[in-house]
Each structure stands twice: as structure tokens, then as C-alpha cells.
Design a protein around this ligand. Sequence first.
Ligand SMILES: *[C@@H]1O[C@H](CO)[C@@H](O)[C@H](O)[C@H]1NC(C)=O
Ligand SMILES: *[C@@H]1O[C@H](CO)[C@@H](O)[C@H](O)[C@H]1NC(C)=O
Ligand SMILES: *[C@@H]1O[C@H](CO)[C@@H](O)[C@H](O)[C@H]1NC(C)=O
Ligand SMILES: *[C@@H]1O[C@H](CO)[C@@H](O)[C@H](O)[C@H]1NC(C)=O
Ligand SMILES: *[C@@H]1O[C@H](CO)[C@@H](O)[C@H](O)[C@H]1NC(C)=O
Ligand SMILES: *[C@@H]1O[C@H](CO)[C@@H](O)[C@H](O)[C@H]1NC(C)=O
Ligand SMILES: *[C@@H]1O[C@H](CO)[C@@H](O)[C@H](O)[C@H]1NC(C)=O
Ligand SMILES: *[C@@H]1O[C@H](CO)[C@@H](O)[C@H](O)[C@H]1NC(C)=O
Ligand SMILES: *[C@@H]1O[C@H](CO)[C@@H](O)[C@H](O)[C@H]1NC(C)=O
Ligand SMILES: *[C@@H]1O[C@H](CO)[C@@H](O)[C@H](O)[C@H]1NC(C)=O
Ligand SMILES: *[C@@H]1O[C@H](CO)[C@@H](O)[C@H](O)[C@H]1NC(C)=O
Ligand SMILES: *[C@@H]1O[C@H](CO)[C@@H](O)[C@H](O)[C@H]1NC(C)=O
Length: 682
Amino acid sequence: MDPIPSTTTAPEEQTPSLASGRSISSLARIKELLTEVGNYAWEDSIEIISNISWTPSLPDNFQEMYGYSLKPYLPVIMFGNNNPGIQSSSPGSIQVLLDTPDRGTGYIDDYRGALVQGYRQYLQALTNWTNTQFSGPAVLAGKRVVSNEMGAVEFKAYQYPIPELLWSVNRAVAGGVNQMVFHGQSYTGDYYATTWPGYTAFSYLFSELYSNKQPAWEHCFADAVNYIARIQYTQQTGRLRTDVAVYNKQSATNTSFAPVYADAYVQNGVLAPQGPGHRAFVIPSTSNLTLAATEKLQQYADAGLPIILSGRDPGYYASGDGSGKDAVEKGIASLKKLPNVYSVPAGEVANQLSALGIRPQIQIQTNGTWYTTWREDVRTGVDYAFIFSDINASVGKIDIASTKIPYLLNPWTGEGSLLLEYQQDENSTVIPLTLAGNQTVVIAFREQANNTLLHATQLPSTVLGYSYSENEGFVLHVSAGPFDKPSQVSDGRTISNLSSAPAPSFVLSTWTLTAEHWEAPSNLSDAATIAVKHNTTHQLTSPLVSWTDIPGLANASGVGYYTTTMTWPPTSAGAADGAYLIFTSKILHAVKVYINDQLLPPVDYAAAPVKADIGKYLKTGDNRILVVVPTTMWNYLRSILDELQNAGLPPLLTVVGDVPGQTENGLLGRVEVVPYVNLKVT
Ligand SMILES: *[C@@H]1O[C@H](CO)[C@@H](O)[C@H](O)[C@H]1NC(C)=O
Ligand SMILES: *[C@@H]1O[C@H](CO)[C@@H](O)[C@H](O)[C@H]1NC(C)=O
Ligand SMILES: *[C@@H]1O[C@H](CO)[C@@H](O)[C@H](O)[C@H]1NC(C)=O
Ligand SMILES: *[C@@H]1O[C@H](CO)[C@@H](O)[C@H](O)[C@H]1NC(C)=O
Ligand SMILES: *[C@@H]1O[C@H](CO)[C@@H](O)[C@H](O)[C@H]1NC(C)=O
Ligand SMILES: *[C@@H]1O[C@H](CO)[C@@H](O)[C@H](O)[C@H]1NC(C)=O
Ligand SMILES: *[C@@H]1O[C@H](CO)[C@@H](O)[C@H](O)[C@H]1NC(C)=O
Ligand SMILES: *[C@@H]1O[C@H](CO)[C@@H](O)[C@H](O)[C@H]1NC(C)=O
Ligand SMILES: *[C@@H]1O[C@H](CO)[C@@H](O)[C@H](O)[C@H]1NC(C)=O
Ligand SMILES: *[C@@H]1O[C@H](CO)[C@@H](O)[C@H](O)[C@H]1NC(C)=O
Ligand SMILES: *[C@@H]1O[C@H](CO)[C@@H](O)[C@H](O)[C@H]1NC(C)=O
Ligand SMILES: *[C@@H]1O[C@H](CO)[C@@H](O)[C@H](O)[C@H]1NC(C)=O
């Protein structure tokens, strides 16, 4: 992205170096370097709405596309159309309206259409050069990868927590994106008139500067990146299938019926059967149709695709080329006469789809907001469901139109295991889910020779987890407390209680925090220095509080090493075959857990509570628990902000508005140990 106001020196052009420290001596070496790392070419953010640049060929392109000259209509397009981003609040002092029925909108639409065409040519030239494909409306056009710039958030430089990055990633995935390109670090070395922590693109305004100058770099960043990589892997496998297509033509785009869609055809009533496989086409009343669109819809409907007009009839997409309103209206009227074209009142689309027997691949029932994707890999016969609970905690179930066996894929560890709580009939699989806000699950569905695998159809909430192995079979981890509902097994058995009661949970109440402070070098111009580090020690009791509330750490950034010990097995009455370590507060940035110096697999940062099965790491007697918690650099940088310089200027962040406040750092809340008893189901 290039959101930088013009008051600072342009960063990328003046920094002809790579983070590795190698410098590019001439343009000629770009090709050489690209061949070393090449695989993907990526185009920096488009920002059409913030900067519209004319090219000398615009008037000719326009003439060719629309058959008339743009020049007489320049007065019409000058209002609000030179830079819609900047002009949205001040579109200009003069607006010219024509005395035509559409007041000149058609000329504006055509102008924007010509800009889109120009942008396509630009992408085509890059595509030709790299010999790769750019995404755009990639899925319908059969492209494997849709990429997106990720993690550039205003006022979040040096304070962009990993859970926020993951939230953006998960939302993008839900929208069909399957390759993330991080906003990154341009250069970490010494730089002209620049203080530690080094050259900061966009002058401390935008996140994030990923390098070893971030305390999370060494400790946890790889876990988050691996999570993203694994999600991407599932989302680049097979084909994305989406249930219905929704018509959306807006003046700044021309996607719906462009040449990339040339292969979109209807077969057996399905649009693009080799691609997303839309089983119906929805036209919202707020959309506007071109004549070409009505003709294409007519073809699709003739070929058997159900088309649903929602609310009143769609409008007319004005063009200055004279493709008339009357013709579009006539087109819509004749479309509506076809047997598989339905006009329904607003809000009735779902009912109409269900009346047509079109059921979603993933049907959702939840009190929250879940976004899903469904991919089918015909090569391996494995299908992938991705479910993301946006913002809020939620409960519910998914009803999948598949009778394959579900496996839970853990994107944090790469582990795949049988999912053991679901109900299946001859047509579908229903899986109950309880998700924390921003939590995801990835479930793979695989054909199994024996489709009658023993599994649970219902589990009480005291079951905190389960395992499955050839030897042990299916084992539930049951914690203390009454069963709020019985355990039901697919072979018809019901298990209502345990023979021995699990030991109650307990809180790890006293902690020693060794805080590693990351600070500036005494010579602030030593920008290449990672940080000057020193440790302080703090005795803490539960519940744990933010560094901002710990004397001596208010302005500190760095890495927290939290240690405590626990005795195993628990001294209280009750049985215990293992235990979960539970964090009652959310992970602010990142976390790593060691038991007796053994590193645990990464925990799901978005879970609530965050939990780890520590059963196999515990030994009889004293056990040492270490929780490593890196912070962002913000609280420390904020305390020295007035000493910082970026290419000869103070951070722009200090100029454009209020400097953001301190952030909470460290490990918060209580850490509990919840013993469990193994309950063998087989
Ligand atoms: C738009 O982009 C051009 C070319 O990069 C640049 O010269 C111009 O300053 C930009 N205008 C705005 C308003 O950002
Ligand atoms: C939209 O795309 C089609 C197909 O490329 C083209 O014929 C048409 O001129 C375009 N319309 C606009 C408004 O860009
Ligand atoms: C891209 O390559 C094709 C095939 O060689 C050529 O016809 C087309 O003009 C090129 N487009 C651009 C924008 O360079
Ligand atoms: C459709 O056309 C109407 C009337 O010109 C306009 O107000 C509206 O914004 C258009 N809708 C879209 C999605 O472009
Ligand atoms: C959904 O219900 C669960 C359980 O009652 C509750 O914890 C959660 O907050 C609810 N979510 C929403 C968005 O209402
Ligand atoms: C989350 O919950 C809040 C409060 O109930 C609600 O206003 C908001 O719309 C919910 N957000 C989502 C994405 O469901
Ligand atoms: C499965 O689907 C078929 C065909 O739609 C239907 O006849 C049957 O009743 C369904 N079975 C169940 C258990 O819903
Ligand atoms: C989910 O992420 C968004 C954006 O970072 C945040 O506002 C929200 O509080 C998060 N929800 C939870 C439960 O942490
Ligand atoms: C399939 O699994 C069920 C339940 O585990 C078992 O009883 C049955 O013998 C298995 N069938 C075959 C053919 O392996
Ligand atoms: C401070 O560091 C810079 C960059 O490494 C160096 O050029 C300068 O001589 C140093 N200043 C002092 C007083 O050591
Ligand atoms: C601070 O303590 C941690 C944990 O004991 C240790 O790994 C680290 O090396 C120490 N850092 C410094 C600068 O002494
Ligand atoms: C933290 O830094 C701020 C900003 O420089 C300063 O006002 C405050 O006194 C510092 N707090 C402590 C405890 O040093």
C-alpha cells in the first residue's frame, strides 16, 4: 500500500536493499534475484479509489470501447471523479449535470469503465512479463491463488498484535483469499538521519515491521506464520465451491461479464460446474443491469440456471453509448417470463432457494456470525470446510452435505485427527461447535472404507478433549463436575457418569516474572542494533496483571518469562490421568509454553479459554512451568518517541494526530490446571 502523504521522502525507491542486507546494484539484477526466489509476483496495493491516473491512451481506449469521444464530457466527469478517495468529502466546486434522463451518469459509468480497461491492460502487461496470472475474479476464471496484502493498519506500527493479524487473515480467507502477503520490513540497517529501531516505512503510521527487532520474532512469530501457511494450504487445495452467485455490477468495476468469464457456462442447471458450481443466480433490486447482462442472464436461464430477482426489478446501468434503458427493461421483462426465473420479495431469497431444493453445502445454525468456505479436491477425494466465528463467541452447529468421515485439522500444529462428535445420516453430517470470538476450525472430509466408525453423537461440557489411536481406541478426557448431558455413542450406548471422580482444578497462584527489557542503544544512530537487553525480576500473584500495572515495567517492551512450579499428581482428593493448562484471559500478542523444559506444541491463540493438554509432559513430584510472552515494542518506543527520527524527520505519527496510548502487555488473568480422567469408549 502507498498511503503516505507527500510530506515524507518516498521510502521504497530510496532503499535499494533487501532485508538480507544485499543491495541491488542495478535494475538488471532484479531479474537475477527474482529467478532465485521466483514463484510469485505480487502487485502492490491498487488503490484505484485514491488515485486515478490518466494515460495518454485513455481517450482512444474510451473511443474504441464506447464508440464516442470522451472529450465533450470532461466537465461531467471532473466532479468527484479525479480522486474519489480524497474527493469523497470535497468532490469539487462545480458539478455539471446534463439535461438527459440520467443527468450524465452514463458518461461517468463509461469513463470508469475505460479506467478499468486501462488497469486491465496494465495488469496484462505485468502478467505477460512475469508469465504468471493475476487473480482478480480468479475463482470463476479457474485461478488457484487469490492474494491480498495483509497487516497494514493505521496507527498500529510496532503495536500490531498477532491475534489482530490473524483476524484479518481469517476474514480474508472467508472471502476467498488464499495467499497473504504481509506488509513487511523494508530495511533494518543504519540509514540516513534515522534512529533506532531503524527505517520505518510510512514513518511510524502503519503496521507492521516484521524483523528480529520484534520480540515475537524469535519466540512465536513462526507459529502464527505456520498457522497461516497451513490455512493457505487447505485453501489452495481443490476447488472453491460456492452455492449461489450474486450479481454485483458497480460503476468502478466491470467484472461480471468480462472475457475472463468466457468459460462460465451452465450445465445441468449449474453455473461454472468445473469452478465454483453456483446452483442459482441472485439479482438484488439494488443492482443495475447492462443490456449485455440481461442477454447473458437470458442464456443462463435458458440453460436451466435458476435466477432469483430479489425485491423489485433491478435498475438500468446507464451508459453514454446509447444502449438504452428501454431495451434493458424489455430484457428484464422477458427474463421474468422464463419458468426458472423467480421474483421474490426482499428477504425471501433463502426461502425460494430452499423451495427449489437448493441446500447450502454448509448449512449454519448459530447465535454468532460464522463465515465458511468449502473446497473439494477431486484428485484425493478430500473436502475441506473452513469455519470462522467473526468477532464474538458463539455456539451452534454446521450441517454439511457430505457423508464422508470428518477429521479435525489443527492449523497451529499441523496435526490431523478424527473428529469424534457428530451425527450422520444418509445425506449429511451435523457437527456441534462452540467457538470463541475470532476462532477458526478446519475440518477435512475423507471417504473411509468403513463408514461406521464409532464416534460420539453428544458429549457433556466436562469433556475437554479426546484422543483416538489404533491401540487405545477412542478416549475422552473428562474433568471434574456433573455431566450436563450424557455422553452418547454412535452404537447406541449412553454414558452418564464416571467410576472415579476427577480431581478438581486448581490455580497456579504465585509466579516469578523475568522481564527482558528491549531498549535503544546509547548511540541512537546505531539503527542496525536489534536492541540493548537487560533483565529484571518481579514476584507476582494470581490474577496476573498487565506490565503497565507492574512497577518498573510501565514503559517496558521485550519478553516476559513467567515461571512457577506445581506438584503432580494433585494433592486434593480425586483421580487424574492427565491435565489441561488453561489461560483464563485472552492472548494479547503471543505465547509459548514449556513444561519441565519441554516445549509444547503451539496453542490456539483464539480459543477461549486457551488450553493445552500437558498430560504427557507431567512427572510425579515438582513440575516447572515456563510461559514465554513477548510484547510489542510500542510501550517502550512511545516513551522515547520524541527522540526518534526517520529519514531526517520526526515520526509522522507524532504530527498527524494524537499519539496512540499504551497497550496492555504480558500474561493476564489466571492460569489453571484442570485434571482429567481418561474414559475409554471402546
Ligand atoms: C497520484 O499518482 C501519481 C503517480 O504516481 C502521483 O504523481 C500523484 O502525486 C498522485 N496523486 C495523489 C493525489 O496522490
Ligand atoms: C465490460 O467488459 C466487456 C467485455 O470485455 C466490454 O465489452 C465492455 O466494454 C466493458 N464495459 C465497461 C463499462 O467497461
Ligand atoms: C500480452 O501478450 C499477448 C500475447 O503475446 C499480447 O497479444 C498482448 O498485447 C500483451 N498485452 C500487453 C498489455 O502487453
Ligand atoms: C443503480 O443506479 C441508480 C440510479 O442511477 C444509482 O443511484 C445506484 O447507485 C446504482 N447502483 C449501483 C449498485 O451502481
Ligand atoms: C451464544 O451463546 C453462547 C452460550 O450461551 C454465549 O456464550 C455467547 O456469548 C452467545 N453469542 C452471541 C453472539 O450471542
Ligand atoms: C458481536 O456482538 C455485538 C454485541 O452483541 C454485536 O453488536 C455485533 O454485531 C456482533 N458482531 C458480529 C460480527 O457478529
Ligand atoms: C436424503 O435425501 C433424499 C433425496 O433428497 C431424501 O429423499 C431423503 O429423505 C433424505 N434422507 C434424510 C434422512 O433426510
Ligand atoms: C476479534 O478481533 C477483532 C479485531 O482485532 C477484535 O476487535 C475483537 O475484540 C476480537 N474478538 C475477541 C473475542 O477477541
Ligand atoms: C467398521 O467399524 C465398526 C465400528 O468400529 C466395526 O464394528 C466393524 O467391524 C467395522 N467393519 C469393518 C468391515 O471393518
Ligand atoms: C553513532 O552511530 C553511528 C551509526 O553507527 C555512527 O556513524 C556514529 O559515529 C556514532 N556516534 C558516536 C558518537 O559514536
Ligand atoms: C533474561 O532471562 C531469560 C530467562 O531466564 C534468559 O533467557 C535471557 O537470556 C535473559 N536476558 C538477558 C539479557 O540476560
Ligand atoms: C512512560 O513514558 C511516558 C511517555 O514518555 C512518561 O510520561 C511516563 O512518565 C513514563 N512512565 C514511567 C513509569 O516511567
